[in-house]
Design a protein around this ligand. Sequence first.
Ligand code: SF4
Length: 276
Amino acid sequence: MELDRKQFLKAVRSLLSYHVTLGIEDYPGNEALERFLQPRMPEALKEVVKRAGPDPERRPEPVSAAAAATSSKKAADEMSLLNIEDIHAEVASCAACDLHKHRIYPVAGRGGKNGPVRLMVIGDWLTTMGQESLQPDLLLGREQDLMLSRMLKAISLSIEKVYITNIIKCAIPRTVQPQAAHVDSCISFIRRQIALLEPEVICTMGPVTARALLEKKQPLSSIRGKFHDYRISDNRVIPVLPTYHPSFLLQNPEMKKATWLDLQLLAKKLGLPLAA
Ligand code: SF4
């Protein structure tokens, strides 16, 4: 019974954080919702839903999403319910879209355990086959992960300060092509990871992540090479630098020069020296 309560609190906390990230300001209270939540709600969470009253003519009182999130956060924090591992666990058992049928392993993300995250790298997705599929520690791919390591080294950024993940959280076979609906299903994970980790800077790698996260329609070539705003709250905006995916660079080495310019921008933004 206690486990159910913890999972409930965790789910509410995650949902509220996500809503705040989306900019949802108010929730209408209503009697049915209150009745549903009442029996096992802790005191802190009871404040989340305000009773609208039995009068059908009376309009429900709105409840501030931020206040609700703060209230539930307190309850959740007290019980240490939400951290990045909770999201990783959700990803591992997610069946929100049909890609889970092809999942070779979950790719929730890695890093962020040793203090503040300076940089979050978000790739499109990982396809894997053969021997590679036996390496569930890959994030972007074997060669791609090596290239990313070299990139981080070139801007003197310790891997411990970086969180690396993909927008699609299931590693899938090369024969499967994710569609826009799969990105739509999966994007709440990345939005919650960003809200939780609050990286100083985000670097998206690949066209799908850049366009989905920044809600842009232009090709990657026209939005890369400059910072864009990603707002996580009224007073917190994270700069996002879109660039090319290492897979693309492996196939198109002539684009490494443009990517190096992007990395230099990243280093400047983070106040890091370029490696000699
Ligand atoms: Fe869930 Fe994302 Fe995998 Fe779809 S792709 S099953 S939303 S983790």
